[in-house]
Design a protein around this ligand. Structure first.
Ligand code: Q46
Ligand code: ZN
Ligand code: ZN
Length: 324
């Protein structure tokens, strides 16, 4: 197959766009498209100070790469979760994030959950007794908290994550099958900072397929962690991704259309519900906005860790340390 823009051999064929491109044109096309999405969804501009959440995976490192190529001011945030899983998952993901930052002279903020708060994520899952033996619920809660806090404390105007279209479509499918209205209302390429202390969140890769992100990372020569987090195995998200890929196989563009039609329906007022932000108030301990009475759920979770592990926790557990 030939590249649409020149006569070179194509390295990727994107059937949903009826577009095949050679290496050179694909590497040009990805940042161009990203810039288009940034503008279309009014994500940020060159005056913004962006914090990119990096995990050492293909999506987040490629996002960081694209943003720096487009000339944006983008620092990284790596959150060390303390997940081993027999493959040294967290150590390796930190190493690759640091490697990328060093290679390109970029600033990486690091928050290690264990040294900052006193326990790894798998330990926290056991101690807090949440998530039925799976660390994902305390992990998600902790990551959201730390990202918000780091963006706020570091004076970043926007927090960017590397969610791709496959991620977004899988979550959308799950939320639609459950008719989870409050989640559907909040799922969008941009989530405004509705309260002081909450970061404005953006997903510049939300229209790229996962295979395009993998192709970008590979042809760009980005070293990333191939393994998924060991706790992702058997997750519902992976199941929905497989279902969507089967649909895509039969009907190229099905995934993209599912997601884009949702955004359009939302724009036309299908979900008139407003996100329930009105009830947020500052947490008594850390000051972050929360809907829970008194302390936020993040602080309560770590209070329990302090009870169990005692002296290992710093006294003011709310403070995130950002190392450069
Ligand atoms: S939530 Fe669960 Fe992920 Fe945390 S424990 Fe791993 S799989 S990293 S996106
Ligand atoms: Zn070409
Ligand atoms: Zn709190």
């Amino acid at each position: 197959m030939k590249c649409r823009k020149c006569s070179e051999t194509a390295i990727i064929n994107m059937r949903q766009h009826k577009l095949a491109l050679c290496q050179e044109h694909f590497l040009e096309w990805m940042p161009e498209q990203t810039q288009r999405f940034i503008e279309k969804y009014k994500m940020f501009d060159h005056a913004d100070k962006i914090l990119v959440a990096v995990s050492g995976g293909k999506d987040s490192l490629s996002l960081w790469d694209i943003l720096r190529r487009l000339g944006y001011q983008a620092d990284g945030l790596y959150i060390g979760l303390g997940i081993e899983g027999g493959i040294g998952y967290s150590d390796e993901s930190r190493r690759l994030s640091e490697h990328f930052a060093a290679e390109h002279g970029l600033k990486l903020n690091v928050v290690e959950v264990e040294s900052t708060y006193g326990a790894t994520i798998p330990e926290l899952a056991v101690i807090s007794n949440r998530g039925h033996g799976k660390p994902c619920s305390v992990c998600g809660l902790s990551k959201r908290y730390i990202m918000n806090r780091a963006a706020h404390d570091g004076d970043y105007t926007v927090l960017a994550t590397g969610h791709n279209l496959d991620d977004e479509a899988a979550v959308l499918m799950q939320n639609t099958l459950n008719w989870a209205g409050s989640y559907l209302v909040r799922q969008a390429p941009v989530l405004e900072a509705s309260r002081p202390g909450l970061a404005r969140k953006v997903k510049p890769l939300c229209r790229f397929y996962e295979r395009e992100m993998a192709a970008y990372a590979i042809v760009r020569g980005i070293e990333y962690i191939y393994d998924e987090c060991p706790h992702a195995v058997g997750s519902t998200t992976i199941y929905y991704k497989e279902v969507l890929n089967q649909m895509e196989e039969k009907r190229p563009g099905a995934k993209l259309q599912f997601y884009l039609s949702f955004l359009q329906a939302k724009e036309q007022g299908l979900f008139a519900l407003k996100a329930a932000d009105a009830e947020l108030h500052p947490c008594e301990k850390c000051g972050q906005p929360t809907s829970a009475p008194g302390e936020c759920s993040f602080c309560r979770m770590w209070d329990k860790v302090r009870e169990v592990k005692g002296a290992r926790l710093p006294a003011e557990a709310g403070l995130v340390q950002i190392e450069s």
